[in-house]
Design a protein around this ligand. Sequence first.
Ligand code: CAA
Length: 261
Amino acid sequence: MEEALVLQEDTAGVVRLTLNRPRALNALNSELLGELDAALAALEARGDLRAVLITGAGDKAFVAGADIAEMRDKTPDQARRFAVNALATLKRLERLPVPVVALVNGYCLGGGCELALACDWAVAGDNAVFGQPEVGLGVIPGFGGTQRLPRRVGPAMALDLITTGRRIDAAEALRIGLVNRVVPREELETLVDELTGQLGANGPQAVRAAKQAVHDGMNQPLDSALALETSLFALGFAGTEQHEGMSAFVEKRPARFGDAG
Ligand code: CAA
């Protein structure tokens, strides 16, 4: 039986997705992207979902880009379809109602960097290498890099990376704000355990509302975004979660939250 291209592990609602083409450095081909899309579609509706972690199989790469061998002979129409489908999958990832964290465990290039950019935030091992090398292949980033990278690191740094195609190490990725935390590669799994614990311990409805406020608010003028925050803050007082969280504080005990519903 063929091994799945997207592996899934679930620890109390924190789902870890592992992109599993290590011999091709987890390059994103249509088949892998299709499996990822199906996995995400199944996660969307889960009320018990707390967070999603996404990483690459093997010890060399997160994802070394879109699959160059598959792309080489595409016509413009086929290339457009490939990009449109991939963008829809990355949008699905980005719009999951819970935090999505990229665990970058090696090469994170081209479409791999664009995948990490569709995650809410990223942590990396100190062996990670980032870059948008597409211009060296005679194309531009096609999975959202020209738009999400400048939004993450600013347009000047994004254009530096996209037009030179240069690779940067984890320390530089941290400095420019492309990733949130860098740890020695061998400590990445310890960090995963820590994150799983932290993400799982908080009020699940509050975490979802926080993500919604930031994502939806960023696309609005400040006044309407602040009004959105106020609505979501007030809505938090409608369920049981706020009372449990605040009671736990007052009663000096850990909070016991249920699922998001
Ligand atoms: N697509 C298809 N196959 C890839 C790949 C990719 N993006 N990246 C690596 N591979 C394959 C290699 O062809 C090789 O396969 P074989 O063993 O069958 O020859 C295998 O993975 C291992 O790769 P290397 O032998 O090259 O490993 P290395 O350690 O010498 O180099 C690397 C590692 C620097 C990451 C190098 O593989 C590399 O430069 N890869 C391509 C990176 C790249 O240009 N990515 C952007 C792709 S374009 C894109 O993503 C467009 C977009 O925005 C949609």
